[in-house]
Design a protein around this ligand. Structure first.
Ligand code: LMR
Ligand code: MG
Length: 527
């Protein structure tokens, strides 16, 4: 048995600012250090060894660097009891490289965890010692429950309010953890990793019986878990890609991709009957990964049959994001990852950072009766409304749509991505006909498309009037019943309301099916 540790000490509150865990400095506490903070983590998994460097300034994980090497440390482990010799050599050289990269990036610390393969192998400790000798990097070998906890925390990073069951599949293990109320509850670890299953003797029948038996035991420990199932891990992501291929799903973003239990069973069948080479070519899954997919598919099929979740979601966030979450003080965790990411983008790329908020307040009367979930997207759109201004004018609208829908954003459903993308597209363009993204627009209904159009046009108009975020010289009023859009301007502001602005206001009114009225008002107090 190699050394195992809990990443946080049980005697300190999990959420306290004082909770430094094993990672040392609370990087986010000092606001002046935020812009500089970068957090590097390495995950020594049974399939892959991976370095991720987060840009610590953002609440939403901003990926500064991400590299994966498929070392397959756990290959052959169940027969031999030791790490794959070839995998060891590759993993060691990966660690050397990662250490050098981290030094080059000016990271003062790299948090390294190792999971199933290293913890189970007879030479796991020897490997850690070798890494320490060669690179000076200390590997924390975590146990299955800690692995489950960190993965589940990764899910919470993206969906702070998520509840349900998180399932992380690696090479040599599979973990389950319950989440609710922003916390990780019960958790269990099993040996149902695809590398382990591939090494099993006795053929498909025996293997499937084994999976069924183990899963039954896990269900006894976890109890009923019929809410959402969150899937974490490269092998699940590969299956999700194949599911997208089978369905002809147009948005190739894995994070927050949803599957139904039915779709899973159809995809498992599809995997069985399709030639792996063909699947690989069409889905873009690597050959190393594809070799594991059939085993992972058997596990997924049993998992879904056993727990009968009402819905299944892919999470690109897992153990590595969980390690980032571990280092955040509670008040940072409590922030909305989407809004934080948009603020970060505004600060970095907009011409007038801070104007997004003014714009939001200006157009808000149009959305006053919208639900909070929609207002949140309006806010995100306003923060992002100017971040693509550098793109060529002829392409801006499409660039906006593309950026928003493919962005590495958390806390955003696919339908919400499309809404945001459409709104930002209409910030530059009145039309959406004949777009090469038409199949993506179809992912939301006509009403949603119309709302996005109103938002985009409102931003397009608002952006013309409000050059100085400090100034408050007028407002927009919306009388939904009377279908009247009223623009109230101070005398001082009138010159800004030129021809183009007027045309944009009319276009907004047309989308609302409204009449426009312009009123001149006196400057309000404070002006
Ligand atoms: C592993 O065990 O390596 C996993 O966490 C990740 C993967 O690539 O399957
Ligand atoms: Mg893993």
């Amino acid at each position: 048995m190699t050394e195992q540790r809990e990443l946080i000490r049980p005697d300190v509150p999990e959420t306290g600012v004082a909770d430094l865990g094993l990672f040392g400095k609370p990087l986010f506490q000092d606001p002046s250090a935020r812009a500089l903070a970068r957090v590097g983590v390495v995950d020594v998994g049974s399939n892959s060894v991976r370095l991720v460097v987060f840009d610590g300034a953002a609440r939403s994980p901003a990926y500064f660097y991400n590299e994966k090497i498929m070392c397959a440390l756990g290959s052959g482990l169940s027969e031999t009891g030791h790490l794959s010799p070839e995998g060891r050599v590759r993993a060691l050289s990966a660690m050397r490289r990662f250490k050098k990269l981290a030094d080059g990036m000016g990271l003062t610390e790299l948090s390294v965890v190792a999971t199933a393969a290293v913890r189970d192998a007879s030479d796991g400790r020897e490997f850690c010692d070798e890494v320490m000798r060669e690179t000076g990097l200390r590997i924390w070998v975590i146990d299955g429950e800690e692995e489950a906890r960190l993965s589940a925390q990764g899910v919470l990073l993206g969906w702070p309010g998520a509840y349900g069951l998180v399932c992380d599949i690696g090479g040599s293990s599979m973990e389950l953890a319950e989440i609710s109320g922003g916390r990780v509850g019960r958790r269990v670890s099993s040996q149902l990793g695809p590398l382990k299953l591939r090494d099993m003797k006795g053929g498909a029948k025996a293997r499937q019986a084994h999976i069924k038996e183990v899963m039954g035991g896990l269900q006894e420990k976890m109890g009923a878990q019929r809410d959402r199932l969150f899937l974490v891990g490269g092998s699940w992501r590969a299956i999700a890609r194949i599911d997208m291929l089978r369905r002809g799903y147009p948005l190739h973003v894995l994070h927050e991709y949803r599957m139904t239990p039915r779709a899973v069973s159809a995809t498992v069948k599809f995997i069985k009957k399709t030639d792996p080479e063909e699947l690989r070519a069409l889905s873009g899954v690597s050959s190393t990964r594809m070799a594991l997919v059939p085993y992972a598919a058997e596990v997924l099929s049993r998992l879904v049959k056993t727990f009968k979740p009402k819905d299944i979601a892919i999470s690109s966030y897992g153990i590595r994001e969980g390690m980032l979450y571990e280092q955040m003080p509670q008040r940072l965790r409590d922030r909305d990852p989407l809004i934080e990411a948009c603020r970060f983008a505004e600060a970095k790329d907009a011409r007038m950072p801070g104007f997004g908020k003014t714009l939001y307040n200006f157009i808000l009367p149009l959305f006053k009766s919208a639900p909070a979930t929609r207002k949140r997207l309006v806010k995100a759109a306003c923060l992002l409304h100017d971040v693509s201004w550098r793109a060529h004018p002829d392409y801006r609208a499409e660039v906006c749509f593309d950026n928003a829908t493919r962005a590495n954003l958390g806390g955003l459903k696919h339908s919400e991505r499309i809404f945001l993308g459409l709104a930002l597209m209409h910030r530059y363009s009145n039309k959406r006909e004949n777009s090469r993204f038409s199949d993506l627009f179809e992912m939301v209904d006509e009403k949603t498309r119309a709302e996005a159009e109103v938002l985009g046009k409102a931003m397009r108009f608002g952006a013309m009037l409000w050059m100085n975020p400090e100034e408050d010289r007028g407002e927009l009023r919306w009388y939904a019943k009377k279908k009247k859009l009223e623009l109230r301007l101070t005398q001082d502001m009138l010159p800004l309301f030129g021809e183009v602005a007027e045309a944009r206001l009319s276009s907004l009114a047309a989308s609302l099916g409204a009449e426009v009225e312009i009123k001149t008002i006196r400057a309000r107090k404070g002006d």
